[in-house]
Design a protein around this ligand. Structure first.
Ligand SMILES: [Fe+2]
Length: 237
């Protein structure tokens, strides 16, 4: 069974002091994965032949997966990351303007348009869905760009590493194996090979071999041939 417990990232602290130990960034990797998934689906929505049942079925699976991961990620933020912030600085979420009301509204609107087009399978419904989806992607990208530095700077300035680790463990415990795989499929091609090698090297050293092998399978089917070769070289495989 694959879990996400083994994968986290150590990011530079905001001031970039080289003498200071890097701290866990709770958002950077998942946001890279979600951005990758959204850009992928919006490009495919624009290129899909909406009268072709097979093409529409593929797009439906891709959209439903990304939509689900965005919903679950927002839930993790609300219940764990934002909750931690609020215990340290009550009113932080409102002050930072990082709440999810607008994102969730636009996501529901995009999903309704997409599902209407999946059922109608007409070029006009597809074009309408494509436009609504683009509008949601703009909302999501703006939200991620505002939220990511604001939240982590606040977390790093108010929380200990132990509190951050407990927060990560709490939301990762909610992630199903299927969702973990779906997330890695979007995350691995969205991060530098050197960083991915470092993450997988940690898993290789600490986790059972079947888990490491299953993550290598994800990497092989999602990376470009060049990136896959560079990853194998770094992992000495
Ligand atoms: Fe968010």
């Amino acid at each position: 069974m694959v879990t996400t417990t083994e994968l986290n990232t150590r990011a530079a602290t905001p001031d970039g002091d080289p003498g200071e130990a890097a701290r866990d960034d709770l958002l950077v990797l998942i946001h890279k994965a979600l951005r990758y998934g959204l850009f992928q689906v919006v490009i495919e929505a624009g290129a899909t032949d909406w009268t072709d049942a097979g093409s529409v079925a593929v797009l439906r699976v891709r959209w439903d997966t990304v939509e689900h991961l965005i919903h679950t990620h927002a839930g993790h933020e609300d219940r764990h990351i934002f909750a931690l912030l609020e215990t340290k600085q009550p009113g932080s979420v409102g002050r930072l303007g990082i709440g999810h009301t607008v994102v969730e509204h636009d996501l529901d609107r995009a999903s309704a348009a997409m599902h209407k087009a999946f059922d109608a399978r007409t070029p006009q419904a597809g074009l309408t869905a494509y436009r609504v989806l683009n509008s949601f992607v703009a909302t999501a990208m703006s939200h991620f760009a505002d939220e990511e530095p604001a939240v982590m700077e606040e977390i790093w300035s108010t929380c200990t590493d132990e509190e951050i680790a407990a927060c990560r463990a709490a939301f990762m415990a909610e992630i199903t194996p299927d969702d973990a795989i779906s997330t890695y499929e979007l995350m691995f091609p969205a991060v530098p090979v050197a960083e991915l090698a470092e993450l997988l090297g940690t898993v290789q050293a600490a986790a059972p071999a079947p888990l490491f092998d299953s993550l290598l399978d994800v990497a092989e089917r999602t990376l470009t041939p060049s990136a896959w070769k560079r990853l194998r070289n770094r992992l000495d495989r």
